[in-house]
Write a protein that binds this ligand. Structure first.
Ligand SMILES: [Zn+2]
Length: 230
């Protein structure tokens, strides 16, 4: 079996992009569903979080709300595959704060997945190849190229956590950043190293508490012995 038959990601940039988009949208929807599966979950998310989940920047999401308003006013049908199709929750008159119901975000992700799937399926890829490219975060790690990015929820200790997982376990309250595999690796290494050194200092402190300084007056090593090396 040739390399391109098992990994179609190598040969075609547009397809690679589509599969990466499908992977991310599928994973976000899957994990959000775990946390918001309850019928009628009424929670809302900030535009910053929604932008990260649906993979656009905050300014694009703001323009999409303006477009939505204009379209509704003019009676132009909304494009179900554009982020303007998400309906922000009703805010009190005059309020400038914006939020999106989780159900709107989930429905949008489902529509987006279905749309990309249609395009990917038209290429008659082996099911195995699609499965390999759409295993969520692990597909990003194993198949992402130098420019591919994935959204991460940064934790107080600096650790980047896969946003999909962070959504599911409820630790996506801090800053969110899109990182390449290399950036993810170095941020994680820096946080882990910091934690290691803090742990080391703690352990050292405990050791010093237990082992009182030696008061026998014995020389500590041969360099301090009388008649030691000159
Ligand atoms: Zn919810």
């Amino acid at each position: 079996m040739s390399q391109s038959a098992t990994n179609p990601l190598i040969s075609n940039a547009k397809l690679r992009r589509e599969l990466a988009d499908l992977n991310e949208a599928t994973e976000m929807a899957r994990q959000m569903r775990q946390a918001h599966a309850k019928e009628g979950c009424a929670c809302v998310a900030s535009p910053e979080l929604v932008a990260a989940i649906v993979c656009v920047d905050v300014a694009t999401l703001r323009r999409a709300r303006e477009r939505r308003e204009a379209n509704l006013k003019e009676g132009v049908p909304l494009d179900p595959h554009h982020v303007s199709s998400m309906r922000p929750s009703n805010q009190p008159e005059g309020s400038r704060s914006v939020a999106y119901p989780c159900s709107e975000v989930l429905d949008f992700l489902d529509r987006r997945c279905a749309e990309i799937k249609k395009s990917v399926n038209a290429r008659n890829l082996p099911a195995k190849a699609i499965a390999a490219a759409t295993r969520g975060f692990s597909s990003f790690l194993t198949q992402g190229d130098a420019l591919s990015t994935w959204p991460f929820a940064l934790q107080p200790d600096g650790r980047p956590v896969d946003l999909a997982e962070a959504l599911e376990i409820g630790i996506a309250d801090g800053p969110i950043e899109r990182l390449t595999v290399a950036q993810f690796g170095s941020k994680l290494a820096a946080a882990a190293s910091q934690a290691f050194h803090e742990g080391e200092r703690e352990a050292l402190g405990e050791t010093l508490d237990i082992d009182k300084p030696d008061e026998t007056g014995e020389p500590r090593d041969r360099w301090e012995e009388s008649g030691g090396p000159l």
